[in-house]
Write a protein that binds this ligand. Structure first.
Ligand SMILES: Cc1cc2nc3c(=O)[nH]c(=O)nc-3n(C[C@H](O)[C@H](O)[C@H](O)COP(=O)(O)O)c2cc1C
Length: 350
């Protein structure tokens, strides 16, 4: 599948997830294969335009992640257009607009899923962006604001007219947040309404579900969020299944290595200096003030591990043991030892 001139092969993408799909995680997913596109965490258009360090860090990426889509949020067409230009200048392959975030902090600023309540304005945002950049502009939306306002098909048509190169639909309303199930019939309906590619999103936890969604409907691609946090090999497995091959079983050693490599990348992270960024972790801790002490950086890494493990341990027998023990760990060596002990020295029964 193609978005503009960008080839996505295979058409399975890592969904944007705030706090989770940082550059380290995205790289590790890419290295495991089968993932045709990665999307960053959502990035504030306001922060980009103002050049706020922390915002720029959320948008940073490495060459090995390509093709990369940077997702931005905001409600002001001019600022979104300016932010899209910044994203283009950073070398992103695609700029995506967040029209799905239900969190009040975002939605009250006329951004995220609030844009779905004003389809004409949402289209203005996309139009301004599409005029401002050469890279494809895409939109990620929900089914609608609530059950009485399911308007993804209408909004998809409007943003297509305004210049969007593709849309992704998470088939829940903002009011549902993550309850209920994603409505893939609605997603299929959207795909039937527009000429641009449509990604479906929601509830693909097993590799087989990705393949079923691709084969069973008119979507051009599938976005995988929580399923990839549980199982970063899900794309590789889906690719195998789609090709008629039996997917590989992931070993305990591989599962351990993923987490250990994640720690290594977070600890030693140097952001893309070609873009003029500085060292990642200290600025995240200190938010632009004096560099954070090593202790603060260690805490940041441990917190990232805790956040990932809330999902990663769900697909593993006795995973709660690892989750609980890491939640009370105080140092990186301790976290490493817990991971090694859990996966490598216990019986394979867990
Ligand atoms: C922790 C978390 C953070 C998310 N952050 C974003 C975000 O920044 N932007 C966005 O468009 N969607 C975000 N989403 C929604 C996902 O991209 C996806 O559409 C949703 O989780 C449904 O897909 P899934 O069932 O495969 O997880 C987030 C979801 C989760 C679980």
């Amino acid at each position: 599948m193609k978005i503009g001139t960008i080839d996505l092969s295979p058409p399975f993408a890592l969904a944007p997830m705030a706090g989770m799909t940082d550059t380290a995680f995205r790289r590790l997913v890419k290295r495991r294969g089968g993932c045709g596109l990665v999307v960053t965490e959502m990035v504030s258009s306001e922060g980009l335009v103002r050049g706020i360090d922390r915002t720029l860090e959320y948008a940073e990426f490495t060459e090995e992640e390509r093709p990369v889509s940077i997702q931005i949020f905001g409600g002001d067409p001019e600022k979104m257009a300016a932010a899209a230009q910044i994203v283009e200048g950073m070398g992103a392959d695609i700029v995506d607009v967040n029209m799905g975030c239900p969190v009040p902090k975002i939605a009250k600023h006329n951004a995220g899923c609030s844009l779905m309540r004003e389809p004409a304005h949402a289209a203005d945002v996309v139009r301004a962006m599409a005029r401002a950049v050469r890279i494809p502009v895409t939109v990620k939306m929900r089914a609608g604001w609530d059950a009485d306002a399911i308007n993804a098909p209408e909004l998809a048509r409007r943003v297509e007219d305004a210049g969007a190169a593709a849309v992704a639909v998470h088939g829940r309303t903002a009011a549902q947040s993550y309850s209920g199930v994603s409505d893939w019939d609605l997603i299929a309906h959207v795909a039937a309404q527009v000429g641009i590619p449509v990604f479906g999103s929601g509830d693909c936890i097993e590799a087989s579900q990705i393949v079923e969604r691709m084969n069973g409907g008119p979507v051009s691609g599938v976005l995988v969020g929580r399923g990839a946090l549980r199982n970063p090999w899900i794309f590789e497995q889906a690719t195998d299944l789609a090709a008629g091959r039996q997917p590989r079983t992931i070993t305990h050693e591989e599962r351990a290595r993923f987490l250990l490599e994640y720690i290594d990348l977070l600890v030693s992270e140097r952001v893309n200096e070609a873009h003029g960024f500085r060292h990642l972790a200290p600025t995240i801790e200190s938010a632009g003030a004096a560099p954070a002490p090593a202790r603060g950086r260690e805490r940041w890494v441990i917190n990232k591990l805790r956040a990932l493990n809330a999902w990663y341990t769900k697909g593993i027998d006795n995973g709660s043991h690892l989750r609980v023990s890491i939640n009370s760990a105080e140092s990186i060596p301790q976290v490493r030892a817990l991971i090694e002990d859990f996966f490598l020295t216990r019986s394979p029964a867990h």
